[in-house]
Write a protein that binds this ligand. Sequence first.
Ligand code: R5P
Length: 303
Amino acid sequence: MIVLSFPSSRLLARKIAKRIGAKFSEIEVKYFPDMEAYVRIKENLEGKDVIIVQTLAQDPNEKIIQLLFSSLTAKNLKARKVIALIPYLAYMRQDKMFKKYECVSAKALAKLIEASGIDAIFVLNPHLHRIKNLDEIFSIPSFNVSCEKEIADYLKKNFSKDEWILVGPDIESKPILKRISEISGFDFIVLRKKRFGPRKVKVFGERKMKKKNAIIIDDIASTGVTLIKTIKLLKKLGFKKFYCIVIHLLSEDLLKEIKKYSQIVSTNSVQNKTSKIDVSKSFADAIKLYLTQKSIREIDELF
Ligand code: R5P
């Protein structure tokens, strides 16, 4: 088995390779003057199970091409299985036709991934809203790897549940908050959000809250507007201290503004200077389980 990755997912991929005891190799990627991509896998993959780690954030379209080219190449090089480990699966927010004749990008991307010969995918906390499960858009095995345990551990280590409450900015964050609360014992509340445009949101709140410090948890921070509006509302409601935890922090540009109000950390789904919560164990455990189950199936078939 071999773990391959592109430079932006290198740190996480190396950790996963170490945890599952597999060789690690980085895929070479270069650009021609016209910006066409050149991709080269520097390994003999014949007969091997290959794991490609590629997070689809910070220039997602480019990263998608890299992923598709590398999986097609791995198949061409006679890899036995190609497993894509995609910490951040882009395009999941466009999960329906909001306007007539629009591309439903979540489904379109799933089709492209399948067409590139990928045999199974593992995704960290995919943004599931109207699509309830990855199986609804993928016909290959697809696994939802969760980092609620890692976030709960981070909370228990760094905060007191008597002083801090967890806050979800919108109804979509509720399942994550609920799970983290169950594991960590921290109380949580969920606010309501209305979006008017990519950088325009309104967050609505409750009034009776006893605790004075808020840890805002969201799956994605893209522009950072949701976090900032949530903090501003909580300030008005009398909260004193703030802290933000994000699973997929898509751009470091938002940090300057957020840091005026709050500290912020994220997982290493997307490698940033905020990546303080390591999710490699969850991925490694999920992969190990998948491979074990696969061999159990194979044994079953033999008898
Ligand atoms: C939306 O449903 C997500 O959970 C996030 O709240 C959203 O994507 C954050 O985006 P932004 O940082 O641009 O407000």
